[in-house]
Design a protein around this ligand. Structure first.
Ligand code: DC
Length: 220
């Protein structure tokens, strides 16, 4: 743990909310913050992805809220399943996450995780606004759609899932629109969130900047 994090580390509990759009770097930043502060981490997007994958495998209809809700039951998450991060599952996750019943079904699991005695790091779209508005620190991570599309391309290639940049960019724009325009818990920065634009930063730079901003907020 870094010495300059003493002010935060000495708190009884440290709850960090990290929100932002797809491929902004929020997941990597959240994992790094969890390591840095010695906290457990939850990637809440994986919950929505697991529901989407369930639905997809059953051949359920993402346009039907009741079927999407059924896919929430007995939710097991195999973190190593490559389908979880595939584009079709990303699109279905974005669609079913607009349903109030689906969000309600996943709420308790996230709030229980956030309420652990020592604190936690959660990343998603509505952590700072809905899941944990009481978080000690809220980060809202952004980057331009073009830069995010290139990052997503790199991830897909690395997993042996080749794609076209224009398609990935179109998917990212479609998801941004859906995630931020839905009625329930839309993607938006909490009023007291710290904004972190990672467009010009590599991953080490983004992590260092996240820690610097958090320490600055704690000191102020
Ligand atoms: O972070 P991600 O790309 O893995 O998330 C997949 C989808 O899940 C995303 O399009 C929106 C939804 N989501 C959400 O609505 N709320 C969250 N806290 C996390 C993800």
């Amino acid at each position: 743990m870094a010495e300059n994090s003493a002010s935060l580390a000495s708190r009884k509990a440290l709850l960090i909310a990290v929100d932002g759009p797809a491929a902004s770097g929020k997941g990597t930043i959240a994992r790094a913050l969890a390591r840095h502060y010695g906290l457990p981490h939850m990637d809440t997007g994986l919950l929505y992805r697991a529901v989407a994958l369930n639905l997809w495998r059953w051949g359920g209809d993402p346009g039907n809220e009741f079927e999407a809700l059924r896919a929430c039951h007995e939710l097991g998450i195999d973190h190593d399943d490559p389908e979880l991060r595939s584009e079709p599952v990303s699109q279905i996750a974005s669609a079913i996450s607009a349903y109030p019943a689906v969000r309600a079904a996943l709420l308790e699991r996230q709030q229980d995780f956030a309420g652990q005695p020592g604190g936690a790091v959660l990343d998603g779209r509505d952590i700072g606004t809905v899941i944990a508005p009481e978080a000690n620190v809220k980060l809202f991570v952004t980057a331009t759609p073009e830069v995010r599309a290139r990052r997503r391309m790199g991830e897909l290639m690395a997993r042996g899932m080749p794609a076209h940049l224009e398609d990935v960019l179109a998917d990212i724009r479609a998801r941004d629109a859906r995630d931020s325009q839905r009625d329930v818990a839309p993607l938006r920065a909490a009023d007291d969130a710290i904004l972190l634009d990672t467009t010009e930063l590599d991953i080490d730079g983004a992590i260092a900047e996240a820690i610097r901003l958090i320490e600055e907020r704690a000191a102020g």
